[in-house]
Design a protein around this ligand. Structure first.
Ligand code: AMP
Length: 216
């Protein structure tokens, strides 16, 4: 199955993608995670993307499309994948369709939109942080580690916040979603692929709504 998760930053795409990875054996492909890895490794792509990402703007379509085209051809994607954070522009959506056809992979099977309201999103994003070692996600208000200052999953004691979770960058990211990403919704709706779920519900309820949309 080839799935796209759409929704503004903080809508819960990553959380749901990780769950689907475990329950359905699909590979999560997060362009944000790939870019952060490229920045950390200091690759040419990382060097080009770093400042753009920190400001909250979108990285150039051609760079992103090339990165995804390479990734979906790898063996761990053979059973299917969940695109998390891609496509983010109509141009990327068109390029995705073309690359799937060119690789003989057919088309996208379903697009799930996580619909949310902006003030709640800002609160979600402003409080989030993760374990510096294993990447487990936490939140100042909604999900503290069981023992203060110690990661539940791996026991590490260092945590990090994303530089683009600063309020100015968050405002830019939300504007980018409204202006550049939301126009993808009619593109997929017109093809009968779009299901909208309530991204403000608790994660278990969101998961149930997604499962209903995907069938068993
Ligand atoms: P995310 O983790 O999905 O919120 O992505 C973090 C940042 O990476 C975004 O604010 C963009 O700067 C960049 N980025 C991630 N995915 C894309 C994409 N599909 N197109 C353009 N830029 C992207």
């Amino acid at each position: 199955m080839k799935l796209v998760l759409l929704g503004p930053p903080g809508a819960g795409k990553g959380t749901q993608a990780k769950r689907l990875e475990e329950t359905r054996g699909l590979k999560q492909l997060s362009t944000g995670d790939m870019l952060r890895a490229a920045v950390a490794a200091g690759t040419p792509l990382g060097l080009q993307a770093k400042q753009v990402m920190e400001s909250g703007q979108l990285v150039r379509d051609d760079l992103i499309v090339a990165m995804i085209a390479e990734r979906i051809g790898e063996p761990d994607c053979a059973k299917g994948f969940i695109l998390d954070g891609f496509p983010r522009t109509v141009q990327q959506a068109e390029a995705l369709d073309a690359m799937l056809v060119a690789k003989g992979l057919g088309g996208i099977d379903r697009v799930i939109e996580l619909a949310v309201d902006e003030p709640a999103l800002i609160e979600r994003i402003a409080g989030r942080y993760s374990c510096a070692k294993c990447g487990a996600g936490y939140h100042d208000k909604f999900k503290q580690p069981k023992t203060n200052g110690v990661c539940d999953r791996c026991g590490a004691k260092e945590f990090v916040r994303r530089p683009d979770d600063r309020p100015e960058a968050v405002a830019t990211r939300l504007a980018a979603y409204r202006q550049q990403t939301a126009p993808i919704l009619p593109y997929y709706r017109a093809r009968g692929l779009l299901t909208t779920v309530d991204g403000m519900a608790d994660p278990e309820e969101v998961a149930r709504q997604i499962d209903r949309a995907l069938g068993s």
